[in-house]
Design a binder for this molecule. Structure first.
Ligand code: ATR
Length: 275
């Protein structure tokens, strides 16, 4: 069987690990998948997507800065993409409509629960940041029924807006919003979804948020310990993870959506770490 074409679209995109991850999935599962990276012009995302599917392409991953545009462009959205307000996965349904999905939140939850044995049900969770990355993961985190989920952000109004947006999905979870200085008590799980580390900055958190057993997760993926995780280690954290598992898990979920086959992720995470 000849290969079917998939791609990641971004700008820039040359650093993307997605082609590597999906080719590992393809060899592992035997699925006839060819996966490439496409850099779309900043003003040419819609045209790039149209051209890809008209040329017989089967599915796209979407990365920075096009996730919101991918969401807006789609004619149909999965429930998790609808609430996320952004899409990282596109495909055509049997009527030829462009469907948007978002597998980022599922990727984070899967990595925490399956790969790191983190208990989210009943946990007190602190999420840092209130941008697109955080919005994408709130629904799947709330679905795990934590005891509380506190969104802390530099711009408090944005955290408050997200708490309002997700109020209907909170169920019995206490959902709150505040600035970085406000949380002054230990949390079970702390997730950094800000882009502060990219500028070498740290959210100005009180060290009391970390207790023995606190799990610290930086959604950023880095070969070195991230700035945020180093701060956590310096302040007593012992269970500290970066976003490589989330990256592979969201990719595996996209692969499953497209191909109906879920690849094994642990060997791929190990390969990426040793690349
Ligand atoms: P993304 O799509 O990566 O989420 P974004 O929507 O621009 O990007 O959101 C970036 C997030 O990181 C925001 O929560 C932002 O805080 P503000 O809402 O106050 O802008 C946060 N952020 C970025 N740089 C930061 C810094 N130096 N210190 C603290 N927070 C920062």
């Amino acid at each position: 069987m000849s290969n079917e074409l998939y791609a990641v679209v971004g700008h820039p995109v040359s650093h993307s690990k997605s082609p590597r991850i999906h080719s590992l999935f393809a060899s592992q599962t035997g699925e006839p998948v060819e996966y490439i990276a496409i850099q779309a012009p900043l003003d040419g995302f819609a045209e790039t997507v149209r051209h890809f599917f008209e040329g017989g392409g089967k599915g796209l991953n979407v990365t920075v800065p096009f996730k919101e545009q991918a969401w807006a462009l789609a004619q149909s959205r999965t429930a998790r993409a609808e609430k996320a307000g952004a899409a990282n996965t596109l495909y055509q349904n049997s009527q030829g409509q462009l469907v948007a999905d978002n597998t980022d939140g599922q990727g984070l939850v899967q990595d925490l629960i399956t790969n790191h044995s983190v208990q989210l049900k009943g946990a007190r969770i602190l999420v840092l940041g209130a941008g697109g990355a955080v919005r994408g993961v709130l629904g799947p985190l709330l679905a795990q029924q934590p005891a509380s989920l506190t969104i802390a952000n530099r711009t408090v109004a944005k955290a408050e807006a997200l708490a309002t947006l997700f109020a209907d999905e909170a169920g019995a979870t206490t959902l709150g919003a505040c600035g970085f200085e406000a949380p002054d008590q230990p949390f079970d799980v702390i997730i950094n979804g800000t882009s502060a580390s990219l500028q070498g900055d740290l959210p100005p958190l009180c060290a009391n948020v970390i207790a023995a057993g606190t799990v610290v997760y930086d959604m950023m993926y880095s070969l070195q310990t991230t700035t945020f995780n180093q701060w956590a280690l310096d302040n007593g954290a012992t269970r500290v993870f970066d976003g490589v598992g989330m990256l592979v898990e969201q990719a595996a979920e996209s692969f499953r959506v497209w191909r109906g086959v879920r690849p094994e992720t642990v060997p791929v995470i190990e390969t990426l770490r040793s690349d």
